[in-house]
Design a protein around this ligand. Sequence first.
Ligand SMILES: [Zn+2]
Length: 334
Amino acid sequence: MVTRIGVLRLLMAVVLIGALTWAWADSFALRVVQSGDSIGSIANRYGVGVTSVLQANGLNGTLIQPGDVLRVPLGDATGGIVLAAPEPPPGFRRHVLAAGETLSEIVSRYGISLAALVGANPDLSSLDRLPIGVELLIPPGDGLVVVLDDPSALGALLLAYDVDPVAVARANTLRSPFDLRPGMLLFLPGVEPTMALERLARVREAENRYVWPVHGRLTSYFGRRNLGMGTAAFHRGIDVAAPTGTPIVAARSGTVTYAGWSARGYGNLVRIRHAGGAETWYAHASRILVSVGQYVAQGERIALVGSTGLSTGPHLHFELHVGGSAIDPLSELR
Ligand SMILES: [Zn+2]
């Protein structure tokens, strides 16, 4: 008896194992290493040699770990009976990422959503830092591309994704069960690529550790600053000038540990604790929009720029504390 959870697990594995690949000189597929993968099995699957996979990734040995992202050079594919190079579903186009191109440019050019692009390329390694030359499938609309490893499991697959068989048949121009082939790419229209989006959100957060809490003119740097008359003080953060009322966003997701008036010159202060123990401080706010204990996502509004406390004009004083002491935020901001 296969439970619904069991089927879902199986499907997750199918989706994760699914790698999108097709022969195209000088381009490559990205493959997220799954448990059980080896360099040999990946090379086999794409019909390329172990040596060319090693070379393309600058590897000396064959030790890989789940979660590693490997480049598989498609130009070296020999074709043949391997599972490599399944045709994309009907209506799909291909796009080779050029230097300086971003995914947001690509989705607006093709008139699709970012979720649709992710659904067509669930093995994407990043939304922001893709290597030049990687091939993307451009879908005709929202949906998820999966690899149909076992055609007899199609019924269970459709059930698990709660997708209409007629719509799937139409989207993939399937006229009979004989049109199904093991290893073929199947487009499930309307299915949200939830797992891939969640994984890419985690990747994005790891890549862009801290984002600017407010955009404006940097008026004071971290470190010693001269106060004139022979006195100097240590500035524990950076100052960014912006008009009163400008939204301040969380530089990184975390839990609010302080939200209120500070007697130490910070005025209205918000402090957020992040995974790993680092803290960000946001001072001189005209208004605070969060409360202690609240979880905030990266980029979420937490306060408005002001000039409360020891301040000579509207600005954000921003501090980053790592291991209990303030460090220069400019080294971490993206
Ligand atoms: Zn300051």
